[in-house]
Design a binder for this molecule. Structure first.
Ligand code: AIR
Length: 289
């Protein structure tokens, strides 16, 4: 079997070259990392089956978002740990949407964890490991030309819409969407038109999800704060979303590979069939007299 070319390897994912031009394969690893102190070393761990759960959760959420008109990079699940995605020119920003005070905003501004914010807050972090992904303002983004003002407008509008939609979706299964991180990429059309596309993943690795009634945490904070029950929490999210059977696919720290492999693949047919909306208006040709 020929080995696939690795395009990028991060803590939680490997990106391989895709099966068709303009595509990539996104592989979800079981590894997990978390920042313990603001500038400290990341702590790392591995949880059998985490990649399978995140692959399913992200595929499901991306195809739901596609259904409300958010263009996403997700095309289809390939197997239990891999998905086919569009190849994009990635924008070097992490977009964080917050509904409830937690994590770095609670620490930075001295807010009480769990306080509902007066309105959803959007934050931008410049993706640069050497600089530890610093918080930046819209002015930094425009001044340093990381993205254009019209891209920024579109990106903010899309992120707010995603936040509203996901709040409702998670509330429907008894979870509070405290905050989450998004990444976007650019896709260029043949005529030079530009499309802004939601990329990366949406999963308990990238969201804070609390039980609406009890505030129990169902996300990466279980690992970050040594609360235990990491994989059970991720599995609960998948179960509540109806993505794994009631009995689960992971028990006692090991995954039932056969059962996991038998789950239906998620297909984002809308992403292929629907025309994308360019965010640059093409110049209108003058009509011949
Ligand atoms: N996040 C930020 N960088 C990477 C990720 N996954 C997510 C966290 C949390 C939100 O962004 O998982 O849901 C805000 O993180 P923080 O640490 O800034 O409070």
């Amino acid at each position: 079997m020929s080995r696939r070319r690795v395009i990028y390897e991060g803590q939680a994912k490997i990106i391989y070259e895709g099966t068709e031009p303009g595509t990539l394969i996104q592989y979800f690893k079981d590894d997990l990392s978390a920042r313990t102190t603001e500038k400290g070393k990341d702590k790392t761990g591995s949880f059998a089956g985490k990649g399978v759960l995140n692959n399913r959760i992200s595929a499901h959420l991306m195809s739901k978002l596609e259904g409300i008109g958010i263009p996403t990079h997700f095309l289809k699940s390939v197997n239990m740990r891999e998905q086919l995605v569009r190849q994009l020119e990635m924008i070097p920003l992490d977009i964080v949407m917050r509904n409830v005070a937690a994590g770095s905003i609670a620490k930075r501004l001295g807010l009480k964890e769990g306080a509902v914010l007066p309105r959803p807050i959007i934050e931008f972090y410049y993706k640069n490991d050497e600089l530890d992904n610093p918080l930046v303002s819209e002015d930094h983004i425009i001044a340093f030309n990381w993205i254009d003002p019209f891209e920024l407008d579109e990106l903010v509008a899309m992120s707010c819409r995603i936040n509203d939609y996901l709040n409702g979706l998670f509330a429907g299964v008894g979870l509070r969407l405290v905050d989450f991180k998004l990444e976007y990429g650019r896709l260029w059309g043949e005529q030079g038109e530009l499309y802004l596309i939601l990329a990366d993943e949406i999963s308990p690795d990238t969201c804070r999800l609390w039980d609406i009634e009890t505030n129990e945490k169902f996300d990466r904070d279980r690992f970050r704060h040594d609360l235990g029950g990491v994989i059970d929490a991720y599995q609960q999210v998948a179960q509540r979303l109806g993505l794994v059977p009631k009995g689960g696919i992971i028990e006692g720290g090991s995954i039932n590979e056969q059962l996991a492999a038998s789950l239906s693949q998620i297909d984002n047919d809308l992403a292929r069939d629907r025309g994308l909306r360019s965010i640059i208006k093409m110049p209108v040709k003058p009509r011949k007299q």
